[in-house]
Design a protein around this ligand. Structure first.
Ligand code: OSB
Ligand code: MG
Length: 368
């Protein structure tokens, strides 16, 4: 492939309902899409982080500079441009996995389109549909939470994840169990809101048969997560702390991580995400695909990944309607609790031109 152009499309899509976590409240998906044009095909991707560095250290304005000034010049200098060649040159730039993932995915989409191959086929998908879980934000009251969960279950979601924080943990979990029963697949996500001093409080959750507790402690503190796991029976699942397959291998070896959340953006892209999948599968550790409230541009490739055999738990890959009244792509629709894995070339979708125009705040060339 020969690189011709890279465009940034800054978009903002209103969320159907505010999404509150231990790190803040989101009311819109405000991010950028990348469009890569090569001599053979074009590709699209979505940056997963937010305008502010609250879920992770990366943020929109910083990522734009990293991509424009440090990643793309290295890529443009490659004698042979292939997707597989990107990560080794991008490795010269420290960190910035989410920015690297956006770059790699757009090139991967373009390259696979030039072969007429779907991302699902390329990654080794074994399913045509994947079960859909849903991540439910922190609410002002338990009755409001129960209404939300009831609505999602009526829509067909097969697994519920509750966002928790100190002061909103045992009570909502107990209420959901009481109302919807012991058989409901249920898990919680703390987004780093606790410390080891809270171990006794977190141990109270052991009574509720949770599938897992996600990232209860500080990002990157594998040791503390291992100590916590010794004191609770609920399996610890890591999200924020896993930046690559090596982190997953270390965390599993330390018993800091009995379930793996694979977010392709967080680990630098789909090629590394595949390696996390393989590490988890080799250890017999259950894994699932996480989400970042993506538009259809980020959701499509996540669905392709979720179709791999080692993803044995339902992911946070919900339908478009869980997030947006109108998605920027054709919507992903829930069918009997499942989403269909895209089969078209590359990521199998693209922005609808009219929707892209209406959701776009600004457009800039990062390479021309
Ligand atoms: O921690 O998994 C998380 C959303 C934004 C940032 C971090 C997280 C989340 C979610 C929602 O839990 C997952 C989704 O539905 O996309
Ligand atoms: Mg999480």
């Amino acid at each position: 492939m020969k690189l011709e152009r890279v465009e940034l499309h800054h978009v903002a899509l209103p969320l159907v309902t505010p999404f509150r976590t231990s790190f803040g409240t989101m009311t819109a998906k405000d991010t950028f899409l990348l469009r890569v044009v090569t001599d053979e095909a074009e590709g699209w991707s979505e940056f997963a982080a937010d305008p502010a560095p609250d879920y992770c250290s990366e943020f929109l304005a910083g990522a734009e500079i990293v991509i424009r000034d440090f990643l793309l010049p290295r890529i443009a200098a490659l004698p042979q441009l292939t997707t597989a060649a990107l990560a080794p040159v991008m490795h010269q730039v420290k960190g910035h996995e989410l920015a690297k993932a956006a770059v790699e995915t757009a090139f991967l989409d373009a390259e696979l389109r030039s072969y007429g191959m779907s991302l699902a086929t390329y990654l080794g998908a074994v399913r045509e549909r994947v079960p859909a879980g849903v991540s439910v934000g922190i609410k002002d009251s338990v009755p409001a939470l129960l209404d939300d969960v009831e609505r999602y279950l009526a829509e067909g979601y097969v697994r519920i994840k509750l966002k928790i924080e100190p002061g909103w943990d045992v009570e909502p979990v107990r209420a959901v169990r009481e109302r919807f029963g012991a058989e409901l697949p249920l898990q919680v996500d703390a987004n780093t809101a606790y410390t080891l001093a809270d171990a006794e409080q977190l141990r109270k959750l052991d009574a509720y048969g949770l599938l897992l507790i996600e990232e209860p402690l500080d990002e990157n503190n594998l040791h503390a997560h291992a100590l916590l796991q010794q004191r609770i029976t609920t399996p610890v699942c890591l999200d924020e702390s896993l930046h690559n397959a090596r982190d997953a291998a270390s965390a599993i070896a330390m018993d800091a991580c009995r379930v793996v959340n694979v977010k392709p953006a967080r680990v630098g892209g789909y090629l590394e995400a595949r390696r996390l999948h393989d590490v988890a599968a080799a250890h017999g550790v259950p894994a699932w695909v996480g989400g970042m409230l993506e538009t259809g541009i980020g959701r499509a490739p996540n669905l392709a990944l979720a179709a791999l055999p080692g993803f044995t738990l339902p992911g946070d890959t919900s339908a478009s309607s869980r997030y947006f009244a109108e998605d920027i792509t054709d919507p992903f629709v829930l069918e009997a609790g499942h989403l269909r894995v895209p089969t078209g070339p590359g990521i199998g979708t693209a922005p609808r031109p009219d929707a892209l125009r209406r959701f776009t705040l600004a457009r800039r060339d990062l390479y021309a």
